[in-house]
Design a protein around this ligand. Sequence first.
Ligand code: IPD
Ligand code: CA
Ligand code: CA
Length: 257
Amino acid sequence: MDSEKIDYLARLWIMEAAAKIKQSFKETLDIDVKSGRNDLVTNMDKETEAFFVKQIKEHFPDHRLFGEEGMAADVTDLNGVVWILDPIDGTLNFVEQQRDFAISLAVYEDGVGRLAYIYDVSRDELYFGEKGKGATVNGRTIPKLDPTVDLEDALLIANLSVTRKFPTMWEAVKASRGLRLHGAASLEYMDVATGRAGAYLSANLAPWDIAAGKIIVEELGGIVTRINGEKINMLEKGSSIVAAPKIHQTLLDNYLP
Ligand code: IPD
Ligand code: CA
Ligand code: CA
C-alpha cells in the first residue's frame, strides 16, 4: 500500500472532521439511543463516518472500511487494505462533557496493523503510530514503555464490567497506585502508551475501539491481549487488556483467571 499517500490524506481528513465536530459544540446535536440509554449516537458520529467512507471510496477505491456506524460494506475478512474507524470514541463524553473523546482510525493490510491515528479532539493531540517506526504525539516521539515498571508503581484503568466479572481485580486495584476511568477506550489506550497508566482493562470492546490503539501501544513495547491472555482477532468483539509488559504479566499471573 502507498503509506505516504494514506498518511497525507488521513491527517487531512482527521483535521477536517475534527473541525466539524468542534463546530458542532455551538449547535444542537441530534441524539439517538442505540442499545440502551447509555449507548448513544449523534448526527456527528454518523456524519464523520460518512465523510471518511466517501473520501476513502474516492481516493482508494480498492480499499475497504469498517466503522462503528456500519455505513460501509460488511467486512468479514482483513484481506487487502482495510480501514477501521471509530468516528467518535467516547460519544457519551462528547455529549455530556465535550472532552475526552477521539477520532480513532487504523489502516490494516492483510490483517497487519500498519498505520494508526487517534485524535483527542478537545486537547488537539494527534497520536500516530506506524508499524516498525514507533509512535508520536503531535510529532514528538513517544518514548518506549519502561519494561521494569510493575503494578505498585502505576495507575490502573478498569471498566466496571471487569471488576464485576472478575472481583479479584479489586485486589489488583489495591496493589496499584489507584483506579482511573475516563470512558473513551482509544484514549485509555493512549494513557497506557504514554505511561500515564500501567494498564487498562475492559470486558467488551469492538474492533474500532482498539484497532488504532493496539498498533500504537505495541510500537512502544506494550502488550495487548484478551483478558484470558489470548491473541485478539480484529474482526471480533471481546475483552481487552493493554498494559506495560511487566504489569500485563502480573495481572494475568495473580489477578485474572
Ligand atoms: C465506548 C467507549 C467506552 C467503552 C465502550 C465503548 P463509543 O465507545 O470507548 O469507553 O467502555 O465499551 O463502546 O460507543 O463511545 O464509541
Ligand atoms: Ca468506541
Ligand atoms: Ca463511537
